[in-house]
Write a protein of this length. Structure first.
Length: 308
């Protein structure tokens, strides 16, 4: 499995098989096969036909496994959309230092980016599904202990203004990327407008996914089948989840999504800022190791630039 982090842990099917046999012996006879769609946070392996093993790629990943095990069942109880069902948490072993998880496999395919109208004519039905997911996440009760849990605090639930210097540094770094093909001066202007618009908003706090993008969604027949990878689950300002509209939906779908959530101009402008920030964070780090992710984020940024 190709490395993408300087501190990448060594993970392969042999390790997974050994960990399962020792930590979860009742699953020890299941076939272990790597999943091509493994992400940047977890290496993924099929266990038989019905299960999926998720192993953190970097040191410290146990904290995310524990967070999902503790909080995702609570959040899932308020969602109509399917999410990964935890089967077990495995222990470190064989030189691998982190806890890891097994969840039930969910069938489906990630949405195409940008939206492919030849496969599914309209993105508006998916827009309705995504709007429902975002709205339901915000309505799930937040227990007092969740507010106090440091594992549920993330920069993505903060304010854009906190990252003004970072954005401009990232924009300059992206100028050195060949064939990026984005108007970075225009991106900086949109960012400035987003930060200004944010000042008129009253900061809210709720549950949010934190990484609601195409690679963490599954579709069946053009409709949302599941939301995946709640490693970014947190409590804070949920505006960052709106970036899904910029990456996954076409113009008509975005209009439907915005209307269903009744988003005002300032919130919509803030979502543009988040979409650009997340895209620019991606390019310098993953340009060589995850070209498909960079292509998706480039499409997201291009959608913002085209519509702003």
């Amino acid at each position: 499995m190709a490395a993408m982090h300087d501190d990448e842990l060594t993970i392969d099917a042999s390790l997974v098989r050994s960990l399962v046999q020792v930590s979860l012996p009742e699953l020890g006879d299941l076939a272990v096969e790597p999943v091509d769609a493994s992400g940047s946070t977890n290496a993924l392996f099929r266990l038989g036909d019905d299960l999926l093993a998720r192993l953190p790629r970097q040191p410290g990943g146990s904290a995310t496994v524990e967070k999902e095990a503790r909080w995702l069942p609570h959040v899932a109880s308020g969602l109509s959309t399917a999410v990964p069902e935890l089967v077990a948490v495995g222990d470190p072993g064989f030189g691998y230092p982190e806890k890891w998880s097994v969840v039930r496999w969910i069938e489906g395919a990630a949405p195409s980016v940008p939206w492919d109208s030849s496969r599914h004519r309209s993105s508006e039905p998916l827009a309705a599904d995504l709007a429902e997911l975002v709205a339901e996440l915000r309505q799930v009760p937040v227990p007092v202990e969740a507010h106090d849990d440091p594992a549920l605090h993330s920069y993505r639930g903060g304010q854009l203004a906190e990252f003004a210097d970072d954005f401009h540094e990232l924009a300059e770094a992206c100028r050195a990327i060949p064939d990026l093909g984005l108007d970075l001066d225009r991106a900086r202007a949109i960012w400035t407008d987003a930060v200004a618009a944010e000042r008129s908003l009253v900061e809210s706090r709720s549950w949010y996914h934190g990484d609601l993008l195409a690679e963490n969604l599954l579709l069946r027949d053009g409709r949302l089948a599941a939301a995946l990878d709640f490693g970014g689950l947190a409590v804070g300002d949920p505006t960052v989840d709106l970036i899904v509209a910029w990456e996954v939906l076409d113009g008509a779908g975005r209009a439907e999504f915005r209307g269903l959530l009744d988003l005002d101009d300032a919130t919509w402008a803030k979502s543009m800022g988040w979409a650009l920030l997340i895209a620019l964070i991606t390019f310098p780090y993953y340009w060589q190791t995850m070209p498909s992710r960079c292509a998706d984020r480039r499409a997201m940024a291009a959608a913002v630039l085209a519509e702003a």
